[in-house]
Design a protein around this ligand. Structure first.
Ligand code: GLC
Length: 586
């Protein structure tokens, strides 16, 4: 968080209020980035399309299924297919059912607001008109049409934001491209790499960004590799010059600034505070069409993942792998229309929303927030997956005046609100939908919750980085995600004097609690002090190896009502990172 923003928050902290984690830490960047990002932050839901020569193979090489991590678009590598032999599929590539207008209509009907389509994947085959290589759909196939061009036109016509995926590093076809180790057309040298970037990547990106009107997103893949730091910077400069408002993802590498982080097939547990991000997700297990994979995610699963993503401040980019004819698999179209129907009822709880104001996610559903407009009213959206058995939805520590609560969708109705011990409670009446519905709670001002941590239904009190008040040099680590692994959000800066993190907690009655911690230890074993109700307990933290480990186990007596738990470090670098803690009743 920057200093002016921090100072502006001080009065609130002093008033014992603590603003939503995403709001509090959202960096306000000076370069107009907020304006460029606005549409993306409101869209929340997009479609990824993986369509290429691999769609012809569907993961089958010479009668056998050959995939990498269940991904069919990696078949060429899995089979170590010689390039010229693999390339022969081009003469069979005739996606006669491809209809860009129809694809775009389907994504709009599914409630998606943007499209990212593969212009060239790792196999090196361009799905667009390009002068840089004859290995492209216009020249090398009987189809002969510019698929990317037709998609771009359909998007522009139907008002859908457009993104291009481009594999700039891996290219298993062109000399000097990355990752071709089984049948390399030329030896891998720095000169060959640079030549590949100069003759294929740069000209093709230039074509993509000049031939098709406005392009909203450029989706690189696999950072670094054969693209040198100098070339990466040159690519970035060209891209931003050709399309000044474009958003780029974080997969070019070499520290080039980016707009969007890209967790793959997972939703980070607490989002990526302070960053814009988009979880991309397969519909079955493959990005490209896989002839043998019928394990489709259900509409209910997808709706809940979309709600989960939005509640953590991110977008969901759901993938479709059309087949060799250019058709979406039947189970995909079926589920997409179900998701679309849900969004027509409850989309108000998704589009244009921001991350939940609560540090803890409830078991029964998710929250999203619509910031206050000019009338000073905000909305707290409550997306209920499975209503709790007692029909009570607690809004723990919510400090705003509540102006009303209503069920969204066709059966809209008022929902009663009562005051509970830990904050307001929505009282679900009978006759609501059985599952997966949304309620909008109208608040005066932006949602603000007290910093107090409450026990959940199981009596356990979570101690999360997002809910901590920090002192000394303790701060949130920047979390970087561009693929399959997420680092858990954690607090760093424990080496300097005066380091602490503190939580306000509240329990209904006095009791004994075990403190459990998940910590990234220093090289040597160290100590932390837990200070609660004036009593200091010393905790030993075992030596760590950059990975979080569980420790703790000390017992604390908490008085009924509110108290404070503070973790303090000595000045010796007590721990490297605090990941999370829990207080469990004994
Ligand atoms: C990966 C894969 C790939 C897929 C993509 C989507 O890096 O290599 O096949 O296109 O990411 O996120």
């Amino acid at each position: 968080m920057n200093l002016p923003r921090l100072l502006s928050l001080l009065p609130l902290l002093a008033a014992s209020l603590w603003i939503a984690p995403a709001g509090a830490r959202q960096a306000v960047l000076p370069d107009g980035r907020d304006a460029r990002m606005a549409w993306f932050r409101d869209a929340r839901f997009g479609m990824f399309v993986h369509f290429g020569l691999y769609s012809v193979y569907g993961g089958v090489w010479k009668g056998e299924i050959r995939k990498v991590n269940r991904c069919a678009e990696w078949m060429m590598l899995a089979a170590r297919a010689p390039r010229d032999e693999y390339a022969k599929a081009a003469v069979m590539f005739n996606p006669v059912d491809f209809d860009a207008e129809r694809w775009v209509r389907m994504l709009r009907d599914a409630g998606m607001r943007y499209l990212v389509v593969t212009a060239k994947h790792h196999e090196g085959f361009a799905m667009f008109r390009t002068a840089a290589s004859p290995y492209n759909i216009v020249e090398a196939t009987p189809f002969g049409r510019d698929v990317i061009g037709e998609i771009a036109e359909a998007c522009h016509r139907q008002g859908v934001r457009l993104g291009f995926y481009y594999s700039q590093n891996l290219d298993w076809y062109h000399p000097g491209g990355g990752g071709q180790s089984w049948d390399p057309p030329v030896p891998d040298t720095p000169e060959a790499r640079d030549r590949y970037v100069d003759t294929i990547v740069i000209p093709q990106l230039r074509e993509l960004l000049t031939q098709y009107g406005t392009v909203d997103i450029l989706w690189y893949d696999i950072p670094g590799g054969v693209v040198s730091p100098e070339k990466a910077r040159a690519i970035d400069a060209m891209v931003r010059e050709l399309q000044p408002d474009i958003l780029v993802n974080n997969r070019l590498g070499h520290g080039v600034p980016y707009d969007i982080q890209t967790p793959e097939n997972f939703i980070p547990a607490t989002g990526i505070p302070g960053c814009d991000w988009e979880s991309c997700m397969t519909f079955n297990h493959s990005w490209g069409f896989a002839a043998d994979d019928q394990d489709w995610k259900s509409a209910r699963f997808l709706i809940r993942r979309l709600a989960d993503t939005a509640s953590k401040g991110g977008n969901l980019l759901l993938n479709v792998g059309p087949d060799a004819y250019g058709r979406f698999p039947e189970p995909v179209t079926e589920r997409l229309s179900a998701v679309g129907a849900w969004l027509r009822n409850y989309g108000e709880a998704i589009y244009g929303t921001r991350a939940s104001c609560f540090a803890v996610q409830p078991e029964w559903g998710r929250f999203t927030v619509r910031p206050a407009g000019p009338d000073g009213r905000s909305e707290l959206n409550v997306i209920v997956f499975e209503p709790p058995a007692d029909g009570r939805i607690p809004l723990p520590g919510l400090a705003n005046a509540i102006l009303g609560a209503r069920l969204l969708g066709p059966e809209a109705r008022e929902i009663p609100v009562e005051a509970g011990p830990d904050g307001p409670v929505l009282m679900l009446p009978s006759g609501l939908p059985a599952a997966d519905f949304a309620i909008a709670v109208t608040l005066r001002g932006d949602p603000a919750v007290t910093g107090v941590q409450y026990a959940g239904a199981d009596g356990v009190i979570p101690l999360l980085p997002a809910a901590a008040v920090c002192g000394g040099d303790v701060r949130h680590a920047r979390v970087e995600i561009s693929g399959l692994r997420a680092q858990e959000p954690h607090l760093i800066g424990w080496g300097a004097a005066g380091a602490f993190a503190e939580w306000r907690i509240r329990v209904p009655s006095a009791g004994r609690y075990a403190l459990g911690l998940r910590i990234i230890g220093a090289r040597e074993p160290r100590e932390l002090r837990a200070v609660c109700g004036g009593k200091v307990t010393v905790l030993s933290v075992p030596a760590g190896k950059d990975e979080p480990a569980d420790c703790g186990g000390i017992l604390l007596d908490l008085p009924a009502g509110e108290s404070t738990l503070r973790l303090e470090a000595d000045a010796s670098g007590a721990v490297v990172g605090f990941v999370r803690g829990v207080l469990s009743p004994r």
